[in-house]
Design a protein around this ligand. Structure first.
Ligand code: C2E
Ligand code: CA
Ligand code: CA
Ligand code: CA
Length: 277
């Protein structure tokens, strides 16, 4: 998505039509997407560094648009945030992730938390905690198997956010700080927020095999997190060199293409059965 002016998007889609569509058309397609069941969640495994077993899974939103084909969240999430559509879409994500994880429990898969991405707009919704509690209750999922990933942003107020996060923690869910080290990451937030996990952004992991500085940064983030009793998750783990280094630094959890790309639920189940063999 290319932003041209205040709320004017030029949308480039990789569909067969390869056309540029406007913000208005994209917005109306996004509105229809929900009714037409065009959204789905893909799941990417997270691996426990010590046991090599599954530690959790991140649910990532996919939009299979009838008109545009498969569209990346990087393209439609910003539009959904701008238009407020992220609230109903995000609510669907919460419901679907809880439903799916409960289904896996009922079918006797090994139990692990599923994490979902929460946009700042959702986080600042006045009734978020009530809505989330209702969704959890209706799904029957034990809330300790739900994790919320939040990304720091410019518009984030430390006091307000830590209050909301504390309320969310009372619901029994876990909190992760996503994309740590990029954008607006602040050490103050790290100290003030009740977070369980820190996700080291993939941009730092990418070059650890060749770049001393990135190695030092990653090692330091892990040390810092552990001193604050926060567990670390590395994103974008693509090679065995990455695995080796992150293990040597006691990073707790690894996520990336080295293990699996995000998969539709059915394929994720197959991956899981194979992994546990
Ligand atoms: P994210 O939360 O940082 O998610 C990680 C992204 O990295 C995912 O892209 C994932 O497919 C990709 N990835 C995983 N392993 C690797 C790897 O080894 N190498 C590389 N190069 N990439 C890897 P995806 O699924 O396209 O999602 C992009 C972003 O869209 C997410 O970044 C997140 O910020 C946002 N997003 C996705 N689903 C949701 C959602 O349900 N709600 C909200 N608010 N945002 C979402
Ligand atoms: Ca994430
Ligand atoms: Ca991330
Ligand atoms: Ca992100």
């Amino acid at each position: 998505v290319k932003r041209t002016g205040k709320s004017n998007y030029q949308f480039y889609s990789a569909s067969i039509h390869n056309r540029i569509i406007g913000n208005f058309e994209l917005e109306s397609l996004l509105r229809k997407a929900m009714d037409r069941n065009e959204f789905s969640l893909y799941y990417q495994p997270q691996i426990d560094t010590n046991s090599n077993k599954i530690y959790g899974a991140e649910a990532l939103l996919r939009w299979h648009s009838r008109e545009l084909g498969l569209i990346s969240p990087n393209e439609f999430i910003p539009v959904a945030e701008e238009t407020g559509l992220i609230v109903p879409i995000g609510e669907w994500v919460m419901k679907e992730a809880c439903r799916q994880n409960k289904e896996w429990h009922d079918r006797h898969f090994p139990k692990f938390p599923v994490s979902i991405n929460l946009s700042i707009r959702q986080l600042y919704q006045t009734d978020l905690v009530e809505r989330l509690n209702k969704i959890i209750q209706e799904s029957g999922l034990d809330p300790k198997y739900l994790e919320l990933e939040i990304t720091e942003s410019m518009t984030m107020d430390t006091e307000t956010t830590s209050l909301i996060l504390c309320q969310l923690k009372k619901s029994g869910v876990k909190i992760s700080m996503d994309d740590f080290g990029t954008g607006y990451s602040s050490l103050n937030n790290l100290k003030k927020f009740p977070i369980d996990y820190l996700k080291i952004d993939q941009s730092f992991i990418k070059d650890i095999a060749v770049n001393d500085d990135d190695r030092d940064i990653v090692a330091t983030i892990i040390m810092l997190a552990h001193n604050l009793k926060i567990k670390t998750i590395a994103e974008g783990v693509e090679t065995s060199e990455h695995v080796q280094f992150l293990k040597s630094q006691d990073c707790n959890v690894l996520q990336g293409y080295h293990f699996s790309k995000p998969l539709p639920a059915k394929d994720f189940e197959k991956w899981l059965i194979n992994w546990n063999k």
